[in-house]
Design a protein around this ligand. Structure first.
Ligand SMILES: NC(=O)c1ccc[n+]([C@@H]2O[C@H](COP(=O)([O-])OP(=O)(O)OC[C@H]3O[C@@H](n4cnc5c(N)ncnc54)[C@H](O)[C@@H]3O)[C@@H](O)[C@H]2O)c1
Length: 299
């Protein structure tokens, strides 16, 4: 897909961060945009901003952990704009602790948003992309799709690995069948969003980990790292380029993504160079690999 004019893009987690930046980028290219998010107030503000700029945008409150919500999103988007060509399954959250301290409710929430949200999005929207005659699925993974070294983050790491596996599998199935539908997996490193505060959306029954001493290092790394991370608008540009060129892997920090994969290969080959994660070191690397900030308002 080279031209987004008159096409319709649906973005989950569109009220903040990379989802919001994607919504702006698609709209700027002349696409209709459906913004979906669980945060109704932020979603309204995002839609008002886009429509004030003269763009065709609607907001639909949707909790991606709820399969019925995601299918209702697909129905409403189709009813409103007629055909859907792009789905960005982008909503994501992070929480955890040491593995043995993580309650099932945290697993259900983190897997529910990061993995099942993506799965439901693929299930609900792939038939609509087929109906439109062309399309693209963009699933948001993470550097945590490529390495499992981040401490206290086992639910997030498991979910993001699952997103990569699911996306790769759908990609090959569609390519084998010669279908005109592309799949990309976005693999962000640190990006300047509200991700470090994702527990703001935790459902009743999921514990707050703000005071968990096991999470101290992870918490500090996430807050400081995202504050110094890449601009979400830069990431949105990468995604649109990946759709245009039908590229599967979309790493925001390609050098770090390659280094992580190579470390894993060496580990697999020789059981040597076992990756050891030091969050401090990674923060320095990621900051060094960051692009200049151009749109501070897209946080
Ligand atoms: N920021 C980073 O450094 C980073 C790094 C790697 C991966 N990611 C991934 O990028 C994606 C976007 O996150 P972001 O960094 O823009 O964070 P963000 O917190 O700024 O935005 C995430 C959005 O998802 C929404 N959301 C949360 N739970 C939801 C649910 N159940 N249903 C619908 N929407 C929900 C939030 O309300 C928010 O608007 C996520 O999948 C995240 O895991 C981010």
């Amino acid at each position: 897909m080279k031209d987004f004019r008159g096409k319709t893009a649906v973005v989950t987690g569109a009220a903040s961060g990379m989802g919001l930046a994607l919504a702006h980028r698609f709209a700027a290219e002349g696409a209709n945009v459906v913004l979906a998010d669980v945060e109704a107030v932020a979603l309204d503000a995002a839609v008002i901003e886009l429509t004030a700029l003269g763009h065709n945008a609607i907001g639909i409150v949707c909790d991606v952990t709820q399969r019925d919500d995601v299918f209702a999103l697909a129905d409403q988007a189709r009813q409103h704009f007629g055909a859907i060509q792009i789905i960005c399954n982008n909503a994501g959250v992070e929480s955890g602790s040491r593995f043995t301290n993580i309650p099932q409710s945290t697993w259900d929430w983190v897997m529910g948003v990061n993995f099942y949200g993506v799965l439901y999005g693929c299930q609900a929207f792939l038939p609509l992309l087929r109906e439109a005659g062309e399309g693209h699925i963009v699933n948001t993974g993470s550097m945590a799709s490529l390495q499992g070294t981040q401490p206290t983050a086992s639910p997030y790491i498991a979910a993001k690995h699952a997103v990569l596996g699911l996306s790769e599998s759908i990609h090959h199935e569609l390519k084998r069948a010669g279908e005109p539908i592309g799949v990309s997996v976005l693999l962000p490193g640190l990006v300047r969003t509200n991700m470090a505060y994702s527990e703001r959306n935790r459902p009743h029954g999921v514990p707050d980990t703000a005071a968990d001493p096991e999470r101290e290092e992870q918490r500090r790394w996430a807050i400081e790292g995202t504050a110094q991370g890449k601009d979400p608008a830069f990431v949105a540009d990468l995604v649109l380029d990946a759709i245009r060129t039908d590229r599967f892997f979309v790493p925001t920090h390609p050098d770090l993504a390659l280094a992580a994969t190579e470390r894993r290969m060496r580990w697999l080959e020789r059981d040597a160079d076992t990756p050891v994660h030091t969050l401090e070191a990674e923060l320095v690397h990621q900051a060094a690999a960051s692009a200049p900030v151009t749109h501070p308002t897209t946080l």
